[in-house]
Design a protein around this ligand. Structure first.
Ligand SMILES: [Zn+2]
Ligand SMILES: [Zn+2]
Length: 252
């Protein structure tokens, strides 16, 4: 478990500014020089109006809960995302996930912190959605950790990668229905009561689609004694719309 006592957000951001100075970045959305994510690409983000999303899974609805959440009982209390997983935001997440563009975690942390602070969630521990040991060693890092760490620094909350682990491999969630996704990912995670007992946990990930992965993490945390679990992601993929092509790009 890391604490903000050792590193603070200003130090963390200063570290990335130093890296930017010596190795100027290119925008993760359009390639523009000297930006991590340029103003034009930021303008393309379709932000969710938090009044018009399902209060459980974060899907766009006129009010209340979506049809799915009225019928399925999720273990996770609520999931919120900044914007739709398309265009520049999709490119930025790909760049963070596959091209080692690690400074992007810092880039989105202020907006994520604002989103969390706009809720009444009683969070006291930040936990990134874990990757399997195999995936983590292939990639060298877990993008959810890269997003969650600066967020924890900003919110001045403890951050833990030990409290929740992914046990074994699951098949890709691409092309599966919600029921299949829930089944596929069930029992994929294991939480340690030593860290999570009686805690209100905020899970952090890059993208959510149906919320099945975050929900499976929440189940494991609650089985280990967590009091309540919430989730926040940079983007949410919208199913069955013109954005459905994007879903071929998602892997969990
Ligand atoms: Zn750009
Ligand atoms: Zn819902």
């Amino acid at each position: 478990m890391y604490s903000a006592a050792f590193v603070n957000k200003r130090l963390y951001s200063a570290f990335w500014k130093c890296i930017d100075y010596f190795y100027p970045p290119h925008c993760a959305g359009c390639g523009a020089f000297a930006y991590r994510f340029c103003p034009e690409c930021r303008k393309q983000i379709v932000y969710f109006s938090q009044k018009n999303v399902c209060q459980v899974c974060g899907s766009p609805v006129s009010q209340g809960q979506c049809q799915t959440c009225l019928h399925i009982k999720f273990s996770i209390k609520s999931i919120k995302s900044l914007g739709v997983y398309n265009q520049s935001l999709r490119k930025a997440i790909h760049s963070l996930k596959f091209n080692r563009n690690l400074a992007l975690g810092d880039e989105f942390s202020a907006e994520l912190a604002e989103l969390v602070l706009s809720t009444t969630w009683p969070v006291d521990l930040i936990v990134p959605v874990p990757a399997s040991r195999k995936r983590r060693s292939e990639r060298g890092y877990n993008q959810a950790e890269i997003i969650a760490f600066p967020l924890a620094l900003l919110l001045k909350l403890p951050f833990s990668t030990k409290s929740l682990v992914k046990v074994g491999e699951t098949r890709s969630q691409i092309g599966l229905s919600l029921a299949e996704r829930i089944n596929n990912i069930q029992n994929a995670f294991s939480a340690d009561p030593k860290y999570v007992n009686k805690k209100n946990v905020l899970l952090v990930d890059d993208v959510s689609t149906t919320g099945a992965t975050l929900n499976a993490c929440a189940q494991a945390l609650i089985s280990a004694g967590a009091q309540s679990v919430y989730g926040v992601t940079i983007a949410k993929a919208i199913l069955n719309t013109e954005h459905s092509d994007d879903l071929t790009q998602i892997s969990f």
